[in-house]
Design a protein around this ligand. Structure first.
Ligand SMILES: [Zn+2]
Length: 305
């Protein structure tokens, strides 16, 4: 048998990383520097975006007058996604579902007919299972069960990622979506890790700069002091990826999503240099592993390489 025909499935060939996101722009605000750093090191990195972000609003005051956003937000967001993908040096796939929108009001309105969050799990997960079987990632990154924040598409993105991690390796499940492939590790991202915000907040105060996190941190303290339930419990950090050299690349990906990200807003409040000094990592929780690994980790592929 020649090397070309080899069926050896050990991951000596390029390692592969798949991140599952709900909307175009989520890949830029959650784990972007991690993905860029692995891509630069020769890992094949793929982002799967569940929906087209059709029901998003224009969140950048500087982009409100752009007629393309009013005429065809979905089309514009596809172009923004392509620019973000190019900045990060990764591959990208749309999974083809329709944005559910963020319901607002009291009582909350019903979700729109046919949207991603209303799909039965097997239908919602099938395109991702197919992608896992084709791309064959060793590692999958997803949101936690709260979606990182409670947008119905984020919660559904979590569900389909967990389902694909569990089912893609079982040849009996999801027939017609390719040969079984079992990913080795599943992580949840901790992009909104409170320890990170606290560290950045105090570093800004110490430098005499205004912190945009003051309200968020005060809210956490208030809830504690009044004896209310603390914020929804999150999974502890098990894995920190040092990726400070890629913070400018991450920021370029964020700015690519011009309709969604205000260049004078929250995400750019702390300079990359100060972030590198205070918190040069992106943080993850290892949720499931089919390989042996020691915690804490500094590499998503620990135990696989
Ligand atoms: Zn989103």
């Amino acid at each position: 048998m020649s090397a070309r025909e080899s069926t050896d499935s050990r991951p000596t060939a390029p390692l592969r990383l798949l991140a599952v996101h709900a909307h175009p722009d989520d890949e830029a605000s959650k784990g972007a520097a991690t993905m860029a750093s692995y891509a630069a090191a020769g890992v094949e990195v793929m982002v799967a975006t569940c929906t087209g972000g059709e029901r998003g609003s224009i969140l950048n005051p500087g982009a409100e007058d752009d007629p393309a956003g009013k005429r065809d937000l979905a089309g514009l967001r596809r172009r923004e996604m392509a620019a973000s993908q190019a900045a990060l040096g990764i591959r990208h796939r749309w999974l083809g579902f329709t944005d559910s929108g963020l319901p607002e009001g009291d009582p909350l309105p019903d979700l729109p007919f046919g949207c991603f969050a209303l799909q039965p799990l097997e239908r919602a997960a099938a395109p991702l299972v197919k992608l896992v079987r084709e791309f064959r990632p060793h590692v999958i990154i997803s949101y936690d069960e709260n979606g990182g924040y409670p947008h119905p598409d984020h919660i559904m993105a979590h569900k389909v990622a967990v389902e694909a991690f569990a089912a893609a390796g079982d040849p009996e499940r999801y027939p017609g979506t390719g040969s079984a492939w079992e990913p080795s590790k599943l992580y949840y991202d901790r992009a909104f890790n409170p320890e990170r915000f606290r560290a950045l907040h105090f570093a800004l105060e110490e430098a005499g700069l205004k912190s945009p996190y003051a309200e968020r941190i005060a809210a956490w303290q208030e809830t504690d002091a009044e004896g209310h339930q603390p914020p929804a419990p999150t999974h502890a950090t098990t894995t920190q990826i040092e990726c400070g050299d890629f913070f400018e690349v991450r920021d370029e990906a964020l700015r690519s999503h011009r309709t969604q990200v205000d260049p004078n807003g929250f995400f750019f409040a702390v300079s990359p240099d100060l972030q590198r000094k205070v918190w040069p990592w992106e943080d993850y929780s290892l949720i499931e592993s089919r390989v042996e690994t020691d915690l804490p980790e500094t590499d998503l592929f620990a135990g696989i390489r």
